[in-house]
Ligand binder design. Structure first.
Ligand code: DON
Length: 348
């Protein structure tokens, strides 16, 4: 009796599966569209859980070497996953505009790749991780011929390498490119710019050293101004998620459908993010989260699950390396739960 009722249910299930297969196969493949990402069903639960777990974590402190960053309310926190088709799963303060800071760097590196090809990025700037702080002058001396575009020296060089006819044109191209990645027009937080530019003796020194070594491709002060403006662009965690989703989507912004960078250049860019996106914590990050990512002293982080989705977060309190503590924990947890590290999931 027991056996036969089991059989009956198996037959029923088989029949249903067969009917489903039949009806799916009657729709041509091109009309069915891509299968949804199997992880999507967990996205909202995971952003909610990461937000709840870390919202009361008070470790670290706001960046203060750019004085105005001390004024960002330290308790803000937002976590977001953006799928490669642009769907947003959000928890917390995901629409608060903060300065993008170093999270801008891979996107301007992408612009250099688009204009001049990936070889130019490697040869004229470099792609070696320094294993040192983002503003290290020592790293610049050691890696004179190859600082990567995600530390300050390489990022200032990247801005100087953008092909432009004037400083205004250089800035317009940098801002347009960041906006294209976000899928909306971004603007500068002018008070952040004033605060950083009037405290940029260190970056000015870096720009002048690069110029001296013929590793800067515009006037140093022009590169410094455009770089500082780039770091002062206002973004939300949602924007960072969309910028990351554009990388996950082969360089096509999921909202505007604009091809912002060549799909063929995305893997090289992600490689640089994987090796240098967390500065002198990049090894720890790849060991524990295993996703290409970029952080900024404004408190933002974006991580990319290649070909699938992006995870972004914002919270102003930073650790010693200048990386947002709540954000990195939230993203690492989500990546771990989903088993989406680029080297594969840990076996159970
Ligand atoms: O140049 C600077 O120091 C800042 N505009 C950017 C540094 C930064 O975001 C480092 N990231 N964690």
């Amino acid at each position: 009796m027991h056996l036969s009722s089991n059989r009956a249910s198996i037959f029923t299930a088989t029949a249903v599966t067969a009917m489903a297969a039949l009806s799916a196969s009657s729709t041509p493949a091109y009309a069915r569209g891509p299968a949804p990402d199997p992880a999507v069903k967990d996205f909202q639960r995971l952003v909610d859980a990461a937000y709840a777990k870390y919202k009361d974590l008070k470790e670290g402190k706001n960046a203060d070497y750019i004085p105005i960053l001390t004024e960002t309310p330290s308790d803000l926190f937002g976590v977001v996953i953006v799928s490669k088709d642009g769907k947003v799963y959000a928890a917390g303060d995901v629409d608060y505009a903060f300065s993008i800071q170093s999270v801008s760097k891979p996107f301007t590196a992408a612009l250099v790749m688009t204009q001049q090809g990936p070889a130019a990025l490697k040869e004229k700037i470099g792609v070696e991780p320094t294993g040192m702080a983002f503003n290290s002058k020592l790293a610049l001396a050691i890696y004179e011929n190859s600082v990567n575009p995600l530390v300050n020296a390489g990022a200032i060089a990247a801005v100087s390498l953008v092909q432009a006819t004037s400083e205004q044109d250089r800035w317009d191209k940098v801002l347009q490119n960041l906006s294209d990645f976000a899928g909306r027009p971004l603007t500068v937080l002018e008070k952040v710019y004033e605060s950083e530019y009037s405290n940029s003796a260190g970056n000015r020194g870096i720009a002048n050293l690069l110029f001296n070594w013929k590793r800067l491709y515009s006037e140093p002060e022009e590169a410094l101004r455009v770089y500082t403006r780039q770091c002062s662009v206002g973004v939300s965690a949602r924007d960072l998620g969309l910028m990351g989703a554009t990388l996950a989507n082969g360089g096509v912004n999921p909202l505007t459908k604009k091809q912002v960078m060549h799909a063929r250049d995305v893997p090289e860019l992600l490689a640089v993010m994987a090796t240098a996106g967390f500065y002198d914590e990049s090894g720890d990050w790849m060991y524990t989260a295993a996703l290409p990512a970029k952080t900024g002293v404004g408190g933002g982080i974006v991580a990319v699950v290649p070909g699938r989705f992006a995870i972004a977060a914002f919270s102003p309190r930073l650790n010693e390396a200048g990386n947002s503590i709540r954000s990195l924990n939230a993203i690492r947890d989500i990546a771990g739960e989903l088993g989406v590290g680029v080297f594969g999931a840990n076996p159970e």
